[in-house]
Design a protein. Structure first.
Length: 718
């Protein structure tokens, strides 16, 4: 079936000249005779050599890169797409303010700037702002970026985190807020992959606790492990070498200190330790005034615990222990036995997705069929009122345990985060900041549907489109699935997807099992040995979209990334007839060797060293389930040259195997993002925009979608 667009976006005859989807591989790829025997099964691995650096691999990657560039650079409207993505993404971006003392800190990225500035306001959140850190002047290298900040409780100092743009290793720096000057010490061993913030100040501002790792030289390797996680205490003005270690798991470097915080009264450091590849969590509390006595063990359980805050000796956690939809529990430091825990907010019919504590309230994000609802409770857990949200959208709250101010971000695929203040006494929302946009969000619509999976499970899905287009099966549809780690799928703002919608494409996001759409049971039903459920949900979503006129087989694009990167190519391996193309971002694709190159994922996928897990993994591992003589859909795998989370070797091996097996002229390509880390489309705005445009250009050419150039300018913009 040919895809027909609406008259305004009808086929362009000009694109048919020299624009075809056929493209053979650029080089003949060497194949090894490596065969592993795993649990009695012989497993060929002809591209094992791609796991190590070599001149042969470098030459192969460069040839593949040239192959891809010639393919997408030949799309006449590629540069126009780059320009439109730039216009859509260029607006004044402001973060919710963080209060510290009588100062408010926030990020501000002007429309004409590549990197955000750290701003400070004196006396009020709407007072005139002063630039505290301008990265254009602060960093000598264009690729350096600020990734987080944590002000001291009185607002006199602020710790900033920065990295080199690849997100691998970073450092902490300390600023004096009055003068804006940087203090001399710089703390290293800060891991980009673990995220930020990773700093907690003591209440008097004399020191802060931070997350520190042993740094291993990763040059010449495809991966690097995070070793010996520690919590250390830094006193400003002293060298890092003197920072005492408060907590560490030196006996087992694969045990991860997952989270940490400081109680509201500054008496205890609380932290959680998770065993690699499991859900086994241990909660600890260490008294600052008696650190030599060691930590108190608060809990050991196969459960998730998220620290919220404290009230007196009671610590509050959001947990799924005995509560698949989560509950808020109170653990008394003086009597932490599980039988003495209390329910501050009991489990309910809907999932408690997140909880924040202010000086006098608990703010609860309750998910009802994936849609967020904010509820206000007092510190004893009593429900007070529901917030009045502006519509259906994603919500993120900013609040401080020392103050009563509450801000939240609200947004959707075609509308970046608008910021509101929340009055916890009335539930009313007041606009704080809305960006001016180069497009009209009202031109688009997002709807929620439900479909039946292979086993009868009801699965939610969001679908976005232009408001003037109807689901008649004539529009290409980009389907993204995740289903990992309890993350709830909601369509977030992405400029390149707005451009895709503008040009007439549709976008779908099914909330497959493995995610957090319906709590812990939903999450666990798509993990490890249950991962086939997530795959089945993903395939069923594609079938439903076709059956209900939202997509056609020729125009359905399978997409997934990172921990879900395997999904689109498992789908095209199994059902090459169902999809028009696959776009894969930063994936795991060799599921029988992934655990040699990334730590902490065996809980999600299972271990190939376990015979039962092996059987499940072997049955769907994309690299091992390509059949020679099959015509597979056009496939693009994006990899980051410096990705240490999902190393590029996965993409190399899969594309080499697919090019070898492909029985037709449909392209199988690598999109190499130079100098980029995990899920980074580039180290500069120009590189990121080009990478996004390349993916759309790949689809235009591979699916023969001659979109008109996207409309430029701000007609109808907000």
């Amino acid at each position: 079936m040919m895809i027909k667009l609406t008259p305004a976006f009808a086929w362009l005859v000009a694109l048919s000249i020299g624009l075809t989807s056929s493209a053979g591989p650029p080089v003949t790829t060497p194949r090894d005779t490596v065969i592993d025997t795993m649990h009695g099964v012989e497993v060929p691995d002809p591209y094992r050599w791609m796991e190590s650096e070599s001149s042969t691999l470098t030459a192969w990657v460069n040839a593949q890169d040239g192959f891809f560039r010639s393919f997408v650079d030949g799309v006449p409207i590629r540069d126009a797409i780059v320009d439109r993505i730039a216009e859509i993404g260029e607006f004044d971006s402001v973060s919710p303010p963080t209060r510290a003392g009588n100062r408010w800190f926030s990020w501000h990225t002007p429309a004409d700037r590549a990197r955000g500035m750290l701003m400070v306001r004196e006396g009020a959140a709407d007072a005139p702002a002063r630039v505290l850190v301008d990265p254009e002047a602060f960093f000598p290298l264009d690729t350096m970026r600020l990734t987080g900040m944590t002000p001291s409780p009185d607002g006199t100092h602020v710790v900033i985190a920065c990295d080199d743009g690849a997100g691998t290793w970073g450092e902490l720096r300390l600023l004096d807020v009055d003068s804006g000057r940087e203090r001399p010490e710089r703390l290293t061993g800060i891991s980009g992959p673990t995220g930020f913030p990773g700093v907690r100040w003591l209440g008097d501002g004399t020191a802060f606790v931070y997350w520190h790792f042993d740094v291993r030289d990763a040059r010449g390797t495809r991966t690097v492990a995070l070793r010996n996680p520690k919590l250390r205490l830094h006193v400003p003005g002293t060298p890092q070498s003197e920072d005492p270690v408060l907590a560490a798991d030196t006996g087992d470097p694969t045990r991860l200190i997952r989270t940490f915080d400081i109680t509201n009264d500054d008496r205890f450091l609380v932290y959680s330790v998770i065993d690699k590849g499991t859900r086994h969590t241990t909660l600890h509390a260490l008294a600052f005034d008696d650190a030599d006595a060691g930590p108190i063990t608060l809990a050991r359980d196969e459960a998730t615990f998220g620290y919220i805050g404290s009230r007196g000796s009671r610590l509050m956690y959001r947990t799924d222990a005995g509560a698949p939809n989560f509950r808020v529990i109170g653990i008394d430091l003086d009597d932490p036995a599980p039988e003495r825990w209390i329910d501050v907010i009991p489990e309910g019919e809907n999932q408690i997705a997140a909880v924040w504590q202010t000086a006098d309230r608990l703010i609860v994000n309750e998910q009802r069929d994936v849609k967020p609802v904010l509820r206000v409770h007092d510190l004893d857990g009593r429900f007070l009122r529901e917030a009045q949200l502006p519509g259906i959208g994603g919500v993120g709250v900013t609040a401080s345990r020392r103050h009563s101010d509450v801000y939240y971000r609200f947004g959707v695929l075609f509308d970046p985060m608008t910021i509101y203040t929340l009055d916890t006494e009335t539930g009313a929302s007041t606009l704080y900041h809305r960006p001016a946009l180069a497009f009209d969000p009202e031109a688009f619509v997002v709807e929620q549907v439900f479909y039946e999976s292979f086993d009868g499970t009801r699965v939610p899905m969001f679908i976005a489109r232009r408001r003037d287009l109807q689901p008649d099966g004539t529009h290409p549809l980009w389907m993204y699935g995740y289903g990992h780690g309890g993350w709830s799928a909601f369509p977030w703002f992405q400029p390149h997807l707005v451009a895709w919608l503008e040009m007439g494409g549709f976008y779908a996001l099914p909330g497959i099992r493995g995610g957090g759409e319906y709590g812990a049971e939903w999450r666990d039903a798509g993990m490890a040995r249950q991962k086939p459920n997530a795959i089945g949900d993903y395939l069923a979503a594609g079938e439903w979209l076709i059956e209900n006129g939202y997509a056609s087989r020729d125009g359905l694009v399978a997409n997934g990334g990172s921990a879900s990167g395997f999904l689109p190519v498992v789908a095209t391996n199994r059902r090459p007839d169902l999809f028009g193309a696959a776009v894969v971002d930063w994936p795991f694709l060799d599921m029988l060797r992934y655990h040699h190159f990334a730590s902490g994922f065996t809980r999600s996928f299972g271990s190939p060293d376990d015979p039962v897990d092996f059987a499940v993994l072997h049955a769907y591992s994309p690299y091992h389930n390509i059949e020679e003589g099959t015509c597979y859909p056009p496939t693009l795998v994006a990899v980051g040259e410096r990705d240490l989370t999902t190393p590029p070797l996965h993409g190399y091996k899969y594309i080499a195997a697919l090019q070898h097996a492909q029985a037709c002229e449909r392209p199988a390509m690598i999109q190499m993002i130079r100098d980029a880390g995990h899920y980074s489309y580039g180290t500069t705005p120009e590189q990121r925009r080009g990478s996004f445009a390349d993916q759309i250009a790949f689809l235009i050419r591979a699916l023969e979608l001659p979109f008109r150039p996207p409309v430029s300018g701000n007609a109808g913009a907000r």
